[in-house]
Structure formats: C-alpha cells, structure tokens
Design a protein. Structure first.
Lengths: 174, 346
C-alpha cells in the first residue's frame, strides 16, 4: 500500500515537472493583425487600452503605385489634388505626400499622429494595391493577455504570432 | 361646487403610486429602445471613420440604359478577361487556360495551359491568342497549339490583347507598354512608352490592368489608368489624342487608377470598365459620357474593398466587357466568376 502511494506521488511530481518544463520552453507570442482578414472596421482606434492605440497604419512601399490621386490620401471626391485639409482623408493628417517625379508621389505615415482608424487603408484597398494596412506596433503594445481590440475585431483578424516574427507584412508579386 | 381634490387613504395612494411607477418604467424602456433603433437606423453606431462612398455607390436609374438578359457562371476558375470569337462564342481566360462558352452559358470547349491565361483575343480567321503572364501562345480554331511566342522580357505581365488583320497587340502592364507583333510573333514595335520627342507622356500602370483595343479606323485605344484616360495611338506608336478625367462621379474614371478595360463598339463608341466602384459605361466616339451599362449595384461582391487581394498576384477585382454581334454587352465579373449578358432597354 505504502509503495503504491509512493509510486503515484512520484508519477504526479514527474508530470508536474514535465508540464512546467514544456511551459518554460514555449515560444513567447505577441498580438498581430492579419492584413488579409482586416475589414477596416475602425475598432482599432477606439478599443485599445492605451490612450493612443498601439495599432498603426504601415506602408508597403514595394507594392505602392505612387499614384498622383492616392485614394488612401485623398477624399473620394477631392476639390483638388493638393494637401489642403479639406481634400485629405486622414482625420489626423498623419500621411505626408511628397513629389517624386511626374506623375508619382510618395506617401509616408507619421506614426506619432496615426490613430489606427484604417480610413486610409479602406481607400487604398478599395481602389489601389492595398499597400496601406494596419499592424500592431510592438514597441507600443502592452501584449495584454486578453487584447481589448481582439474581442471586438469585426474581421477576426487579431491573432497570436511568434515574438521573433511579430509582423505580418503584405507582399505581392506584381 | 366642483371638488378639486379627493381624499385617498394610504393603501390606495401606494397602489396608485406603484401603477404610475410601472407605467413610467415601461415608457422609459420603450423610449430607450426606440432611440436605439433610431440611432442604428441613422448609422450612428457604425464606424465613425467610415470611408464614405454613399453618394457615388448608387447610379441614377435614368443613366442605366441596359438590363440583364442572362447571367451564367464563367466556368473558368479565377476568370480574368473575356473575348468574343467570330461566331459570338465567348472565350474566357482563367486559371486553367481558356474556356469557350456559347452565349447561353453552355461550355463548348476548353484549352488547358501550363500557366494561368491572363488575357485572350480571337482573330477573324478563328485563331486564338492566349496571353500568359510573360508570353503569347497561339491556337487554331480546334484548340491545337500552333505557336509559342518569345517572352518580351522578365518583367512582362500581359493583361490585354487585340488582333487586327495584320498584327497582334499585347498590353504589357509590367513594362507599361503595348507591344506590336506580326502574325508570326515577331516584335514589330513598342507603343505608349514615355517619349518626349514624340510627345508621348507614358503609360502609368499602378496595378496589372493595361488594355488595348483595335478600331475599324485602324487606330489603337489604350487605357492609361494612372492618368485616368484613354489614349488613341496609330499602330506606329504616334499618340493622336486622349480623353478622360478623374472623378468618382459617373462621367469620370474613379479611384487612383481607372479605367481598367476598354473595348470599342462597332460604331466607334467606347465601352469602359472600372474597379473599386465597379462600373461599365459607354462613351461617345469623342469621349463624351453617354450612359451606364451596369453600376456598382450590379456587382455587390466586386464592390467590396480588396475583394480578391489574397490571391497575391496583383488582381484586385474588376470587370471586363465586350459586345456581341447583336449589340448586347457581355460583362465578366472576375470576383463572382459570372458573365452577365446585358441588352439595351426598350
């Protein structure tokens, strides 16, 4: 009887150590947005626990068309193609437009101003190549156990990714 | 004398009080519910950062002069472009190759290719020209391969084809040029490349949607999506004229880069297709807006942003259209993989 109890206790302890070891060996993960699933619902701007969302718009220059009439930058029906506020789509003027050569312009995101509302992402995806998309910036994200945005994400785009590959970047072969 | 006040005992007072409180609670709940539904109806609970295309997503019914006569599946998986043959047979370029249908939607034949076909054209002699990503393959009317032409280069991305009596014109979106071949596949010219001396501003092609159409007048029509216009060239590459303007309104070409496809009606008028706001429209031979064949309402799946962006081959939705011998417009919806035959309203 005593031997039996001892054997059970040893087995139990062994199991606990094995579980602890497995936990310790698990790779750390972080939150990220799958850009192919994102539906640009606007919730990233409003539901992060941080005062200014950890979600920012990022720009894949390799797939950008450098369009003169960028639908991620301009309102759907702009009065003119210039940087006047009434023509611009971004509610915080977080996109900078720079002339490259006729008729190409470069668009860069000022992350200090970007609130992750995805308005520009919708415009770019609807008409253009989809080079603007949202990502959780890991230097800002608190990596909450239960991400407040993930709970309301309309596209179920939030997922855990390995911390050593924390970004899901868009690419296109064209 | 009329009594203004009546005396009530404590029990009656409490009973009346409870009834009034209940009524107030019910009224309050109803008010809140009606306010919620009113808010929802007004869209106040919706995305405060919504990209607003409400005004231009609906087409004025007076401008729509065509109606759907028939709709059928494209059969070809991942369809991209369509063309009509001499007998009004429909040739659809897709993932597996070229599918041939009649205009009732019945499958007649299929040409299987080693790679997806991205464009197709059919000569008056029945020869079928299939544009793969970087080269053209030629088939006879029975579907037997007769030639495989040399690739124009590494960056080649063929998205449109047109055939004349003597030449084949291939729109190469990757190199932003229209290539002129003779019927033997020998490269005979390059059209649309930026050239100050010839006053050619150059084709701006942010995404793989470059098209070419050949008119009875011997001139080529090429879409220049980044400049929101149609350009008219001689087969030798001289730019004759261009027309078109950027606008989300119905008379212009919407978004960053439209139109994506151009076709000519027998009387010289233009048939154009747009993406983003999927629209098929007709312009006069001089480039004046005339009417809408089908507006965004007709393509609900296609109208969603990034509808097929997960395919990662540059396609982002869109439409293609052509005209049959009876003047009916055949519209290919590449997202829904359907063909709609539109006839003019009576």
């Amino acid at each position: 009887m005593r031997e039996g109890v001892r054997a059970v206790a040893v087995t139990g302890l062994g199991g606990l150590f094995a579980l602890a070891g497995e936990r310790a060996g698990a790779k750390p993960t972080v939150w990220q947005i799958d850009p192919q699933k994102c539906v640009r619902c606007g919730n990233c701007a409003n539901h992060c626990v941080l005062e200014q969302s950890a979600v920012k718009c990022v720009h894949a220059f390799a797939i950008c068309g450098y369009c003169q009439l960028c639908t991620g930058y301009f309102e759907p029906e702009p009065n003119d193609l210039n940087t006047a506020a009434e023509n611009c789509l971004c509610p915080t003027s977080a996109i900078r437009r720079t002339y490259v050569e006729d008729p190409y312009y470069e668009y860069t995101i000022d992350e200090r101003l970007c609130i992750g509302c995805a308005k520009c992402v919708e415009g770019c995806n609807r008409f253009g190549n989809g080079s603007l998309f949202l990502q959780v910036r890991q230097d800002r994200c608190l990596n909450c156990n239960e991400c407040a945005i993930s709970k309301v994400c309309a596209g179920d785009a939030f997922k855990r990714v390995p911390a050593d590959h924390p970004y899901l970047l868009k690419t296109m072969s064209h | 004398m009329r009594r203004l006040y009546s005396t009530v005992n404590r029990r009656e007072f409490l009973r009346q009080g409870a009834r009034d409180a209940g009524l107030l609670a019910v009224a309050g709940v109803s008010l809140a519910a009606s306010e919620r539904s009113a808010r929802a109806a007004a869209g106040k609970d919706a995305n405060p950062f919504a990209y607003d295309l409400e005004r231009v997503s609906k087409t004025d019914p007076k401008l729509i002069r065509y109606e759907a006569a028939l709709k059928f599946p494209s059969v070809a998986p991942d369809p991209r472009r369509l063309a009509l043959g001499p007998n009004d047979d429909l040739y659809i370029a897709g993932k597996r190759g070229i599918v041939i249908l009649n205009l009732a939607g019945a499958r007649l034949d299929e040409i299987i290719l080693s790679a997806p076909a991205r464009c197709v054209a059919v000569g008056v002699d029945g020869a079928i020209y299939a544009g793969l990503r970087d080269h053209i393959e030629v088939f006879d009317r029975k579907g037997q391969r007769t030639a495989t032409w040399e690739s124009p280069g590494k960056k080649a991305w063929l998205t449109g084809l047109a055939v004349s009596d003597r030449d084949v014109f291939a729109a190469d979106a990757g190199n932003r040029v229209v290539l002129r071949y003779d019927k033997a596949g020998k490269l005979a010219g390059r059209i649309g490349e930026k050239n100050k001396d010839r006053n050619v501003p150059g084709l701006i092609v942010p995404s793989p949607y470059l098209d070419v159409a050949y008119g009875h007048d011997g001139l080529l029509r090429v879409n220049n999506p980044g400049r929101h216009c149609i350009e008219v060239y001689t087969p030798e590459g001289d730019l004759e004229l261009s027309w078109g303007k950027p606008s989300a309104s119905i008379e212009g070409f919407c978004g960053c880069c439209n139109p994506i496809a151009v076709h000519l009606l027998p009387d010289g008028r233009y048939l154009t297709c747009e993406k983003g706001l999927p629209r098929v429209k007709i312009y006069s031979a001089q480039g004046q807006f005339e009417c809408v064949v089908a507006g965004p309402e007709s393509f609900p799946e296609n109208a969603k942003a990034g509808a097929i962006s997960d395919k990662s081959d540059g396609m982002l939705g869109g439409l293609d259209a052509t005209v049959d011998s009876r003047g009916r417009v055949c519209v290919l919806d590449v997202v829904a993989a359907t063909v709609t035959v539109m006839k003019a309203k009576a």
